[in-house]
Structures are given as C-alpha cells and as structure tokens.
Design a protein around this ligand. Sequence first.
Ligand code: TPP
Ligand code: MG
Length: 542
Amino acid sequence: MRVADVIGRTLVALGVTQMFGVVGSGNFHTTNAMISAGARFVATRHEAGAGIMADAYGRVTGEVPAVSLHQGCGLTNAMTALTEAAKSGTPLVAFAGDTPPSARHTSNFWIDQTGALEALGVPVARIHSAATAVEDTAAAVRLAVVERTAVVLNMPLDVQEEDVDVDRALARPIALPTPPAPAADGLAELARLLSEAERPVIVAGRGARGAREQIERLAEVSGALVATSAVARGLFAGNDWSLDVMGGFSSPTVADLVLDADLVVGFGLAFNRWTSRNGEFTDGTRLVHVDIDPAAIGKHRPVALGIVSDAGLAAAAAAELVAPRTGYRTPEVRRLLDSGAFWPDVEYEDTSTDERIDPRTLTLALERMIPRERVVVTDAGNATGYPANFLSVPDEKGFILPLAFQSVGLGLGSAVGAAIARPDRRVVAGIGDGGFMMSLVELDTAVRERVNPVIVVYNDSAYGAEVHHFDGDDMQTVRFPDTDLAAIARGFGCEGFTVRTRADLDALAELVPTVTDRPIVVDAKITEFRSWVEEHVFQGDK
Ligand SMILES: Cc1ncc(C[n+]2csc(CCOP(=O)(O)OP(=O)(O)O)c2C)c(N)n1
Ligand SMILES: [Mg+2]
C-alpha cells in the first residue's frame, strides 16, 4: 500500500473521522484513503475555512478532526485558523503535503513548512519514512490529544509515494496518560482556604469540561458562587448560583460580586488578562489554581496555591474535606442574582430608528426566536459582546469564542463547522460586517452541506472596533459603503434577510423556524455606538 493511503487509514483507525479541506496533488491520496476508510470530507472553498471549521467541530464534539491541506500555499492559507486552534487548545490534526528538500529549487510550492509552523507555535509532526508511517501518524494524533493542540503532520511527497507492507499498516490504540490526581497536602490546604473564605468564587475553564458535577458539589459545600472563563461559557448553565462568565464579559453586578470575593479557585483555566479583566478581578484576591499542566499554574497571575490535578478528581476530593457552609450563598446575593444581575436584564436606552436597529434590541429578539438548544458563535470586533452577553447557551458545547488569536473573520467558518458537528442544534453566529466579508466564501460550503446556521451580521458598514477606538481621527480607511449582504447571501443559495426595524424582527422570528436546509444570513443594519465590551475589555488592544 502507498504511504499516502496508509496515513489516511491510520488516522481513521485512530478515530479521526471528520475532515475539512481543499484538495490538491499533495493531499489527494490521503484524503481519499480516509474517505474509503469511512471518514467524512467537507470540501471548503478556502483553507482558512477548513481550519476554523475543524476547530469549531473539535470544540463542540470533543473529537479530533482533520484538516486536509495542499503543500506550501494550502498550508499557509490555513495558518491563522491553525494558530487559533493551537492557542485555544483544540486538538486537531492537519495533514499537509510537504515538498521534499530535493525539490526546493524546482518546486514553486516549496517553503520551510516546519520552520514556518514553529514560528506560529503550531507543533509539527512528520512522516519520516515508509517503515515508520503508521507510528509517525499515530504520534501526530497523540501529540494533538495529549498537548491539546492543533498539530500539522507534514507528509513529504516522495515518502508518500513509497510502498508499505499492508500488514504493518495497522494502528495500535493510543495509550493516553492517566490524569494526575491531587496530592494530599495541596488538597488539605485548598479545603482550609475554602473553609476560611467568606466569599469564595469557583471559576472553571475549558480544562474543567467533564467535571461539572464535581465542581458544583465542591461549590455547594463551600458556599461558593460558580463562574466560567469566557471560552467555557455554559459549563454551569442552569446552576442557581452561577455568575455566568467571570472576565471582560461579566455584567456590572457580576463584576461587583467577583471584586468582592475573598478567594477565587480556578479549575482548568488560564487566569489570563481576559478572565482576570486585566488583573482587576484577581490582584489583591487570594487565588488557587488547579490544572493538569504544571506549566499553566500561575503563568498569568501569581497564585497562593497551585494544585497539579485533573479538575474533577481535585474537586471531588476537596468536597469531602470541607464542612458545609453558607459562604457567599447568602440571601443578599440571592436577591442580587434574582433581580437583573445579568446582561439581558441590564437596562439600556434603545437607540433604534426607522432605518436602523439597536444591536442589543436585535440580540434580545434573537434570544427569543432561536431555540435554547443552540450553539452561539462570536467573531472579533465592536459587536463581540452582543452574542456573547445577550444570548444564553445550554451548556459548554453551546458556545464558541474563536478569539485565542484575536483574529477577525473566524466566526462564519466556526458557525458552519459547528452546524456540521451538531445538526441537532440551531447555530447562531453574531459577527461584524468586516468579519463576514473576510470569510463569506464559506457560505458556499454551508449551502452544499445543507446546514442552517443563522448568521447575524451586525452591519455598521465599518470596522467598528477601529472607528470607536480611534474616535475623532480620519476614518476613511475603516469605513465602507453600505452593501446588500442579504443579496450576496441569496447569490450563494442562502436565505437572505435584512433587518432595519422591530417589525423586521417579527418577520424574522417567523422565518427562522421555516428554514431547515440552508443558512439564513441576517443583514442587520445597526445603530452605531461604542459597545460596552469595546469600552471596557479591549483596552488599547487592536
Ligand atoms: C485578521 C485581523 N485583521 C485585523 C484585525 C484588527 N481588527 C480588530 S476588530 C476589527 C474590525 C472588525 O470589523 P467588523 O467585523 O465589522 O466588526 P465591528 O468592529 O464593526 O463590530 C479589525 C479590523 C484583527 N483583529 N484581525
Ligand atoms: Mg462592522
């Protein structure tokens, strides 16, 4: 069997069964080998779309998807998405043709792929030889899973063509390390801190997925309020004592509660500048940090106590050591949480006109018209906070915030990837017109895949984030003429709908349930003002 085919078969044997990509000469055979072994292939229109669809698919399923890439330019087209996946900790394997050094002077496709990826912080694996093709492929999958990252598997074109003895082309299951259990002294100290704290908050990140029950139990006995990092939003959906997100997306009341905490215990998160709101939420508060990765502990903020452990194991064990107490779960906090603590209840002055809709009014209407079993997707920009703050999510697999690289333009592809991954849920993406224009080619993919995400474009005909950031300067580089995005969407075969008024929102609410086999693109002509998130979160950081 050809090495190219062995790689594909091995990936499928290891459970990699969903791929996204753009096929050329250097990834043709491996892609087809995967398809014949039972994998699903989605042909995207640009490698950027393939990369981010795979990232979204991985986020909402927990599976390891693949990205199929042509050598050189196919890979470079996917680089922003691969960097996002690597930074956000999404396990995926991108396999790419690789021009061998012997052809470096003759092939236009040649680049130093390994060097380029190393510069991005995307780990590289390689098919070294025909004899090691199976092990090399398995090593790539293992690296993605164990290190929780995107990995690029370089497949040199000359090695791909070699033959392998078919009997050797059998992948053995990947043995994963057992998650670390907490040491007794660290646990005892955590229990002591929780028993002494009057206002503890427990915050969980993506590393705490699967540990909801254990963390909720620990929070209950210790009287802690629970919150998530932005990317783990939904992990405690439905919990009566949940603060939703701790960080830049926190509502003013939630922010006050976090600021008043006297102990913050983090499970499987980074305590980065977003979760800590540039340090405001953490500096001066005692922090405990639980993570399976020793290098993650205290990386962004100094912590009083670090525990290397699986989140669920540590939470379950600590819950046994804490005597039940009221802590932060007081009647006063109960009243606060019940009386308009969260974004949808925060009062605002509706700026809607006869021509334009207030983005908050628009988003609150979406909250009512999209079924609760949904996946909410955002993009980067002035509008980020509207879907992130005003749309509820059913669980942690119902939210995608593709902002680890802070790139504009990853929302639409994420929405398509999520819709392919979760046909049982309605996907709703809230993105800017800038992000939409950067990525709209993937509407074609969504139409071919017959998926029905609701793509809501907060259309201010501008790079609004820049407009409001550089308020007062010459804005000709960041403003655009109004464009009929609904017409563009119809050209792709989508449903296109323009919203200007509240009456349009009523019509949209009637339309949404009737569209089952194609995306709806909502061109929402919004009123223009600096958003809360822009004002408070993205300080000086474009
Ligand atoms: C790939 C990339 N290019 C440029 C930027 C800088 N940038 C940040 S927000 C933004 C504007 C985005 O405009 P739009 O999608 O319309 O959202 P809005 O801010 O108008 O809500 C730009 C250009 C970026 N973050 N990423
Ligand atoms: Mg805009």
